[in-house]
Design a protein around this ligand. Structure first.
Ligand SMILES: C[S@@+](CC[C@H](N)C(=O)[O-])C[C@H]1O[C@@H](n2cnc3c(N)ncnc32)[C@H](O)[C@@H]1O
Length: 241
């Protein structure tokens, strides 16, 4: 039995556009959210790729029997020669810099031979640099990631991704933007990332100062939400004949 379908406006947008029949599907950067949705659509075949080992146990519990592949898109052998009716890239472009720096600029060309028909993309507009408390939350998260010696995600505007798609040989079907209303889950999620980075700081005094600052900002941000801030985009494209 597929899991209960989640209420998600972005995924609902694709479902409306696509119709009821899903053939072979590739989740090109998988996670609990995208895999649960795709599994609920009962496609003929479902393959999911991630480069992160820690995701595997929950993915196989969530979607038993689905083919989950641990692999790196920079590796030419990954899914070599395989094609899928639909390829989903759900928050993948923004995540690639954390796993394969600069490869996001070649990702659409890399994925193209695997797309028999449709490529569906979901992404986050770069966070507004507006001095709001949620802007502070995101900047503090990224500062902690950098001081830990790790790499941040890098998000891209929809217009830029549309121009990359054209150059990579895809024709646009449709695209849309969804304003975000963010709450406690967002604030706690981002600041918890910052907390998890503290043990990696070289300077313990800086880590202690960050810890106090994270706690102070958490209180302020939780008082300010829910808040309309930033947006997500969705793009549906087709391989150019
Ligand atoms: C932000 S997560 C995507 C969220 C996911 N769709 C969900 O439902 O939660 C990014 C995914 O892309 C994968 N990824 C990022 N860069 C990758 C790369 N270079 N090769 C393979 N997978 C990659 C990550 O391992 C992860 O599974």
């Amino acid at each position: 039995m597929p899991p209960q379908r989640r209420e998600d406006a972005l995924f609902a947008w694709f479902e409306k556009l696509h119709g009821p029949t899903w053939g072979s599907v590739l989740d090109s950067g998988t996670g609990d959210h995208s895999l649960a949705w795709l599994h609920s659509l009962a496609p003929r075949e479902l393959t999911a790729v991630t480069v992160e080992n820690w995701r595997l146990p929950s993915l196989s519990t969530l979607a038993p029997g689905v083919r989950v592949v641990l692999g790196q898109w920079t590796d030419p052998a990954l899914l070599a020669g395989e094609k899928f009716d639909v390829v989903l890239a759900d928050y993948v472009l923004g995540a690639i810099d954390g796993h394969a720096p600069y490869f996001q600029y070649g990702f659409l060309e890399r994925i193209r031979p695997h797309v028999a028909d449709r490529l569906y993309l979901v992404g986050l507009e770069p966070p507004p640099r507006d001095g709001s408390v949620l802007d502070e939350v995101c900047r503090l998260r990224d500062a902690a990631i950098l001081l830990a010696g790790h790499r941040c995600y890098r998000e891209y505007p929809r217009e830029l991704v549309l121009s990359w798609l054209d150059r990579a040989g895809f024709d646009l079907i449709d695209s849309s933007s969804f304003a975000n209303r963010l709450g406690e889950r967002f604030v706690n999620g981002q600041l918890d990332v910052a907390v998890r980075k503290l043990p990696h700081f070289r300077d313990r005094a800086v880590a202690a100062a960050f810890e106090a600052h994270i706690a102070e900002l958490r209180t302020r941000a939780l008082d300010a939400v829910p808040m309309a801030w930033g947006s997500d985009w969705v793009i549906a494209a087709k391989v150019r004949a």
